[in-house]
Design a protein around this ligand. Structure first.
Ligand code: SF4
Length: 325
């Protein structure tokens, strides 16, 4: 008997897998990549969590589908920021269910806990997620299983309901106790790093959507750097350190000119290809001001397809009105 687990990388989904593994079921952790995970590579960390409890680890890339099916018109709306959590969980289950046959698995699990989150993990919300999954009867929440209607795997005797848990509410002491019992350490903060719950990222995202059509390749450019919306609507993104410069340089987005100052040290930048003359001029001065440059000198900025000029501003405050916080 095998099960597929929705695995965010967080503590709850890890513990949920452990509960099922302890019933003699093989578990394959499916980490759904929506594109909105935090910056940085968490793969090694997630593999380590899975290794610790004896689950296999797979990544399911659903970035395109997430934009098409979930982000903009969630049936059950958003949480406090841009997080369509109920629809998101339903979406993850729905797509994971398509892998049941491939892995010869019989049911799916997740680390949701009744009452843990005000919007997405009330009992009602969890039942809605089950409906959205399209495989209602095959969804099991091992950490709160005793508080929820019996699922097919319980009714059929594939797993024992008695060995499911009755975790409830926002407190996490029982999760921490369980983690200690099984020697699990150095786990992440419960949000799992989803940027759709991050105030700064969602400000940037809302601004982007108000001015442009969001595509998968745009998402990473919103996660890093200084972001400026210029008066005629162009976007300027300025790397703040080496790794950000590298990410901006590697972006596949076709919406931007890309480059940096010639003859001076400066950040890597992206500038909208449809920038007006006025925005290009302003961007030139801003880019030079962010570089190691001198007052009164005109610098060339090589943006690949075009070369623009800029002069250092006397006061950086002039850029403040355009910075997205
Ligand atoms: S926090 Fe993010 S990844 Fe998690 S359910 Fe909500 S929208 Fe989806």
């Amino acid at each position: 008997m095998k099960a597929l687990a929705l695995f965010s990388g967080g503590l709850d989904s890890t513990l949920a897998m452990k509960v099922i593994i302890d019933q003699g079921i093989e578990v394959i952790a499916i980490h759904v990549d929506t594109g909105f995970g935090s910056v940085g590579d968490r793969v090694e960390y997630m593999k380590r969590m899975c290794d610790h409890i004896g689950a296999k680890f797979e990544i399911l890339d659903l970035k395109d589908k997430y934009l098409d099916e979930v982000l903009f018109e969630p049936k059950y709306g958003y949480g406090n920021y841009f997080n369509p959590c109920i629809d998101c969980h339903g979406f993850m289950f729905r797509h994971t269910s398509k892998l049941l046959e491939k892995y010869d698995a019989s049911f799916m699990i997740s680390g949701e806990v009744v009452g843990q989150r005000p919007m997405s993990q009330t009992k009602d919300a969890m039942l809605r997620v089950q409906k959205l999954s399209g495989q209602e009867e095959l969804v099991v929440r091992p950490l709160s299983g005793k508080l929820l209607p019996a699922s097919k795997p319980e009714l059929e005797g594939w797993i024992s309901r008695d060995k499911l848990l009755d975790f409830w509410g926002r407190g996490r002491s029982r999760q921490f106790e369980f983690a200690k019992e099984i020697g699990l350490e150095n786990f992440e903060h419960p949000s799992g790093g989803c940027l759709l719950t991050d105030v700064q990222f969602t400000t940037r995202l809302r601004d982007f959507i108000a001015n442009d059509t969001l595509e998968v390749d745009d998402i990473d450019t919103l996660k890093i750097g200084r972001q400026l919306r210029l008066p005629d609507g162009a976007k300027l993104v300025v790397g703040r350190k080496q790794d950000e410069n590298q990410i901006l340089e590697n972006t596949k987005s076709k919406k931007y000119f890309k480059g940096r100052i010639v003859n001076a040290t400066g950040p890597f930048v992206l500038l909208s290809k449809n920038a007006s003359e006025n925005d290009i001029k302003l961007a030139g001065d801003f880019i030079v001001t962010y570089g190691k440059t001198e007052l009164g000198v005109t610098y060339d900025i090589n943006l690949g397809e075009i070369v623009i000029q800029g002069k250092r501003l006397e006061n950086k405050d002039a850029m403040q009105p355009y910075l997205l916080k």
